[in-house]
Design a binder for this molecule. Structure first.
Ligand code: NAG
Ligand code: NAG
Ligand code: NAG
Ligand code: NAG
Ligand code: NAG
Ligand code: NAG
Ligand code: NAG
Length: 296
């Protein structure tokens, strides 16, 4: 009997230990997959912690999950004491005890990540997980074209256009999309995306060539920023043709006048040095020029 008693104590102790462990892990994940929220760089993020309406919340901790480290306390409240908030969050976060939400202003890329809401109802501490994603808006892309004539194999004339699209200041990294262009007729000649080391935002730049025979209204987009629309391969308009025709006619008329003047000058030079006419040279009509020339 004296041997069995310590055994019994061990059983009781291990049972107590298990109970403590169970109570200790009463912080239970009630959330399933994280709720995703997004905030624009420099703007405000609102974290909404789920609450069970009927129960009185004695404490709320909002924590950031840091890899390989303990969770970092951001803000919250405790009905029995004042909580210390890190200086970097003091002015940027505000907790509303009524609806268990926290506003974070002036959001930066370093705020991106996983957060935990730990809600204390007496002894139970269910927590839920929120993922904050930070975005930045891309600038309205600039679009440029450079088109030149292109001769097809079958003699039909089309155009070959080089199009550039560029946008900056966005996050996360994105890619250029072209509206109204057939991707199989498009060839990418330059594709560049670079991250600003300080602001962490991206600049996207792409140049393509595109061959076309008919007018196309084209624009490019990076994320939800869309460039103005430009027209490529437009047929030369009626007015352009008229201007070209007028210019051609004018050039023809000028050439004609030039030829006539040259002919007149020629005639004068080959005129015989006739003493009778020498002092009245300018009076010789053009028609007489030829007859006098032949008579020599
Ligand atoms: C949040 O986003 C991740 C991936 O970005 C996804 O796996 C998850 O299902 C999303 N959660 C919800 C609640 O939509
Ligand atoms: C927070 O705001 C107070 C008052 O405006 C200021 O004195 C303090 O320096 C600010 N703290 C931080 C970390 O910016
Ligand atoms: C907290 O939220 C409640 C409900 O949305 C609102 O009525 C109250 O004014 C808020 N308190 C503060 C300090 O913003
Ligand atoms: C809680 O109150 C704050 C401040 O009034 C408000 O901005 C936020 O939208 C509210 N959240 C919910 C979940 O009602
Ligand atoms: C251009 O570069 C971006 C980023 O490197 C990439 O995601 C995209 O697929 C590239 N596009 C083409 C057409 O190569
Ligand atoms: C985009 O790339 C083209 C080709 O290298 C270059 O000429 C242009 O200046 C670039 N634009 C921007 C905004 O970086
Ligand atoms: C392109 O846009 C112009 C002006 O918006 C319009 O008149 C023209 O019909 C459009 N052309 C094509 C091919 O969509």
């Amino acid at each position: 009997m004296s041997l069995q008693r310590p055994c019994l104590y061990i059983h009781i102790y291990s049972l107590a230990l298990v109970m403590i462990l169970v109570l200790g892990t009463a912080t239970t994940d009630v959330s399933g997959p994280p709720v995703n929220i997004t905030a624009v760089l420099g703007h405000t993020a609102t974290f909404k912690c789920p609450s069970q309406k009927s129960k009185i919340v004695t404490r709320l901790y909002i924590q950031k999950v840091v890899e390989n480290r303990d969770d970092k306390f951001i803000n919250g409240f405790d009905s029995s004491r004042k909580l210390d908030v890190l200086p970097e969050y003091q002015n940027r976060t505000k907790v509303n005890q009524t609806n268990l939400s926290m506003e974070m202003t002036d959001v930066s890329f370093s705020d991106e990540g996983l957060y935990k809401c730990v809600v204390f109802y007496g002894r139970v501490e269910p927590f839920s997980v929120i993922y904050l994603k930070v975005t930045a808006k891309y600038s309205v892309p600039t679009i440029e074209k450079q088109c030149s004539e292109r001769k097809n194999g079958d003699g039909a004339a089309g155009k070959s256009c080089q199009l550039s699209c560029s946008s900056t200041g966005g996050y996360p990294q994105s890619a250029v999309k072209w509206a109204e262009l057939n991707p199989s007729l498009m060839s990418v000649v330059h594709n560049e995306s670079s991250e600003d080391p300080i602001s962490k935002t991206w600049t996207i730049n792409q140049t393509i060539t595109y061959n076309c025979d008919h007018p196309i209204n084209v624009s490019c987009a990076v994320d939800d920023a869309v460039s103005p629309t430009i027209t490529i391969c437009e047929a030369e308009s009626f007015s352009v043709r008229v201007i070209i025709a007028i210019v051609l006619v004018l050039v023809f008329v000028l050439l004609l006048l030039l030829v006539l003047m040259v002919m007149k000058l020629c005639c004068r030079r080959h005129q015989p040095e006739d003493p009778r006419d020498s002092d009245d040279e300018n009076a010789v009509p053009l028609a007489d020029c030829h007859s006098q020339f032949k008579s020599v």
